[in-house]
Design a protein around this ligand. Structure first.
Ligand code: ATP
Ligand code: MG
Length: 412
């Protein structure tokens, strides 16, 4: 039995009572069978848009071309669309045109994997022409029809399949896996945005390591890293990636941390180019670039002065993030934590003692310096930086009179 929430069952019944068919379909049915609460509900029906609009006057239009509407009952939202078959595929992307159909089986056939092509209605029962339930039972991802043709139609399906394997701990059926390898090159037609989304979801999944392994095995990795980077990958990077694939499931599922672990497998320039190319949000890009650029430097720090200098350069937020990345590295690769713990202790002690890290922490400011005759502008900045370097070394000198004395000396 596949249980649907009463709100969804009621939506379906409303349509059926008006003389049409309606089913819950796709990921929500798959997840219900697996006992995972679905994130979103999709319904499909042979009722026309006008009929659905009359039955659900509050419905909002989500996608005009496909006739998708969002209906709400209580707390539950569902997207409802008419049965359709996809039109001609162009350039290995989803079709521009669609045609509607009267048959639920035809709507199911255009879907990607057998587990995503099951339809359920409390009144009509289950429609499962491709034996998706048996594949779910066997934890198997299997393309519908000839997987080669289906990946040719839309290469994004290759990444979706790998992502589902990583989220659900499913295996990819042999024929489907061979087709993925054969058609991976068609990913060059898929937008960077979709690649980034699927890649991020895969690496942060519960079985992200399995996903990474599949990226390597299928040859998809080049579309994540870019040609420039992949051509420079040596044996060392491949070994690191292989190790990460075995271990990454132990890391926290936070995307910024898992992505950092991934990019740290490569040489700096290669990793930076790969990060830039995927077009992450600015915030994420800055974090990842810093992880790649600074993790080694931070690892080498053993005393307070250098730690304060680095934090004054990058800010507290980046420093805290880099420390989290180091923690994940230690956890995942079972590295000796001594240096990391020592550094955390240094930082705690800096904070407890109220030692100055930033220019704003100094006991003097620009106005004090102007008063003793230092010219506004560059000279002030130089003087403050000089004082900060002194105070990083000797925190006890962070007193107004002492700092002004230093300033007097460098004034001339
Ligand atoms: P999730 O929501 O966890 O990403 P999902 O399977 O629900 O998984 P959606 O993108 O919400 O994925 O799509 C809903 C359904 O639409 C899928 O289950 C599948 O039947 C169909 N579908 C989505 N994308 C494709 C595609 N690229 N090719 C064929 N069918 C697709
Ligand atoms: Mg979904």
């Amino acid at each position: 039995m596949i249980r649907l929430p009463k709100e969804i069952a009621h939506m379906i019944k409303t349509i059926e009572d008006a003389g049409y068919e309606a089913y819950a379909v796709g990921g929500c049915v798959r997840d219900s069978i697996l006992g995972i609460p679905p994130e979103d509900w999709d319904l499909t029906s042979n009722a026309s848009r006008e009929t659905l609009e009359a039955l659900f006057p509050d419905a909002a239009i989500v996608n005009k071309k496909l006739g998708v509407m969002r209906i709400t009952e209580g707390e539950v939202k569902a997207d409802i669309a008419a049965y359709r078959i996809d039109g001609e595929y162009e350039d290995y992307r989803r079709p521009e045109t669609v045609a509607f159909t009267e048959k639920i089986d035809e709507d199911l056939r255009r879907r990607d994997f057998t587990m995503n092509a099951i339809a359920v209605s409390p009144g009509r029962g289950v429609v499962d022409p491709f034996l998706g339930r048996a594949d779910i039972e066997g934890k198997l991802i299997r393309g519908i029809g000839d997987p080669r043709l289906r990946f040719e139609e839309d290469a994004l399906r290759i990444l979706r399949g790998i992502r589902f394997a990583a989220q659900l701990d499913f295996e990819i059926d042999g024929e489907t896996l061979r087709a993925m390898k054969e058609k991976a090159k068609l990913l060059k037609y898929i937008s960077m945005e979709r690649i980034r989304e699927e890649f991020t979801k895969t690496i942060t999944a519960s079985y992200g390591g399995k996903g990474l392994g599949l990226f390597l095995e299928t040859g998809v990795l080049v579309y994540i890293l870019g040609e420039d980077c992949i051509n420079h990958i040596g044996v060392a990077a491949r070994e690191k990636l292989g190790l990460l694939a075995e271990k990454i499931d132990q890391a926290e599922k936070e995307p910024n941390l898992r992505l950092a672990l991934f990019y740290l497998c490569f040489e700096k320039d290669c990793a930076l180019a790969a990060i830039d190319r995927l077009g992450y949000s600015n915030e994420r890009k800055i974090l990842l670039r810093n992880a790649v650029g600074l993790t080694d430097e931070l690892d080498g720090i053993r005393e307070k002065k250098s730690l304060k200098r680095l934090i004054s350069r990058v800010g507290l937020e980046i420093y805290r993030y880099l420390t989290e990345v180091s923690k994940q590295q230690c956890r995942v690769y079972r590295l000796d934590e001594t240096a990391l713990l020592d550094r955390i202790q240094l930082f705690d002690s800096i904070q407890e003692n109220g030692e100055a890290i930033f220019i704003e922490d100094l006991a003097v400011d620009g106005n004090d310096l102007i008063q003793i005759g230092i010219k506004e502008g560059v000279a002030i900045g130089k003087a403050l930086n000089h004082m900060l370097a002194t105070v990083h070394q000797c925190p006890e000198k962070n007193k107004k009179d002492q700092l002004l004395k230093i300033a007097e000396r460098i004034k001339i």
